[in-house]
Design a protein around this ligand. Sequence first.
Ligand code: TXA
Ligand code: MG
Length: 349
Amino acid sequence: MNTRVVKIDPQNIDHEVLREAGALIRNGGLVAFPTETVYGLGANGLDPGAVKRIFQAKGRPSDNPLILHISRAEELDKLVEGISPTAERLIEEFWPGPLTLIFKKSSLVPEVVTAGLDTVAVRMPSHPVAMGMIRYAGVPVAAPSANLSGKPSPTRAEHVIKDLLGKVDMIIDSGSVMVGLESTVADITGGGVVVLRPGGITPEQLREVTGDVTVDPGLIPDGDTTIPKAPGMKYAHYSPDAQVIIIDGDMYKAADKIQRMAKDLESQGKRVGIMATEQTKALYKDAPVVSVGDRKRPYTIAANLFAVLREFDALGVDVILAEGVERQGVGLAVMNRLMKAASHNVVRV
Ligand code: TXA
Ligand code: MG
């Protein structure tokens, strides 16, 4: 398939191109587009044939449901079976933005979108290009992250091009995204709020709106073996080609341990990359060191994580030794993704 790659500047949107993207979606095509979290791969969420093509292009298991993206809160009414007062408060506070809510689905939503579940995930992205495209499409847009299944989610168009060129109709290049990790997924069908996937909106922020917030125990990234409730969270995910090992604990002890592990691995002929932070990067010698961000500003780490994992693959390393970070605020989401990238391979110091 011939993939059209187009640039759209989010500060100065070319509405002609965006209208074409919307028409492509409405007519059954696949368009990769930027959102504030990661790039998404969109199709007409009311067209089962188009939605099936998303699964094919990504190599995604068909039991992993998709999120429907809307551009106005009113569009929610016909997709779901009722909106609770808690849902209304969360929508008021966090939409548009990186919060996906799980509702009981209406009969309008095709089974292929929800993988046969009686619930549906909906979110309203805040990225102006995503918003505009959904408006022009005139339909809810089903979209997973625009990566091959199992690879780190794309935070730049180059990542999408690497994974999906030739498999989709159009890729919109709007540069880097803002958040860098996928949206927070929260189930509100049981009365309270259960966080199924941590993301840009933290449990602390949700608690400011409603007291009754729990985090799915299957997600606490501490080697707990409970099965997560969001179908997608059980899959190996976000894996770069290199093996990832997390060294978790006090940052100075971690740096010391990483130095020694790097020496050992190199003596076995392995190429090693070190994922450090602004606070520790100067402590390392020899192996390629990439700083993932500033520990005092964890949002910078979220924004860079997936790109840095892909960067190590481009450098051709065999093993990535990654410092763990604090599981506070967005750090919970960072460690959730990093633990998955490492297949829970952690050395504690
Ligand atoms: O930020 C994001 O959410 C990005 C952008 C493109 O919007 N999208 C994204 O989609 O990350 P995806 O498909 O990669 O992840 C969707 C997650 C999966 O873990 C899936 O299992 C879960 O949401 N999910 C979808 N529908 C669900 C449902 N009805 N019940 C429980 N979990 C659901
Ligand atoms: Mg994904």
